[in-house]
Design a protein around this ligand. Sequence first.
Ligand code: MN
Length: 301
Amino acid sequence: MRIARFNEDRIGIVRDNRVLDVTDQLTERLSPAPYSLARRLITEFAAVRPLLEQTASAAGPGDGLPIDQVRLLAPVPDPTKIVAAPVNYRDHQSEMNEAYHISSLGFFLKSPSSILDPEGTVRLPYTDRRFDHEAEFALVVGRRASHVTPEQALDHVFGYTGLMDITMRGGEDRSTRKSFDTFTPLGPWLVTPDELGSPEDVDLELTVNGEPRQKANTSELIWSAARFLSYASTVTVLEPGDVVTTGTPAGVAPVEDGDVVELTVARIGRLRVAVSAEGAVPCPTSGASRGPVPPPAPSHK
Ligand code: MN
């Protein structure tokens, strides 16, 4: 099943390029707030899944809204945390001249407030720093996970999606460099594990203004999604709706004002955002010349 959030916080099932709005059915059945409807759906999915499957199979080809006529939103607006993998592809380790990879570094956190909707605009905060795209394959936790083994880990996944870990290069802490508002484009929707198949064989590809920049398969991850989720769960309890992102392959490069960045994840879909430097100011920290050295920027036409 593919589950999208769209328009004014509606929830829909995506099939054949149309979205079936199931919001009213869900609000009747799920627990009341305080969390977003998406997070409550994720938490209580087992109880409503048969109804959603029935709705999807009963729908005719003309039911629902054409996908290109809705405004997609990030599929989870309010995770308690975004757990992210540093240096989890060897080719990215090489290009960054990093001495260590994930098995030494563990994870870092991105602010949940940095989540950006599909077709949103990444806002570059500073005029004098380098900002890069990072294409990533992410999962959303479905069942609370604490000290789960790698073998148990995928049983705790609600679904998979695309994520861009937009990053300021330099010597500030990762949590600072990656947590600016708008620095976590997420989407376009969630694909449940039964529909995705193996998370260990998923192609991902990122372009900037149509030019290929990153291309990889999740089989190249140093720590698989399952191993990374398992490890993270030994540090911090993972709650339903939490986002776990698996890291970026080689090809990271700068994004600039006016760019259009597009991430395509096989069997999931396409996540596209714009980039703007409007309102950018000089950076108040002095980390620019510190930290790992990123690869030179590709020459522009
Ligand atoms: Mn990353």
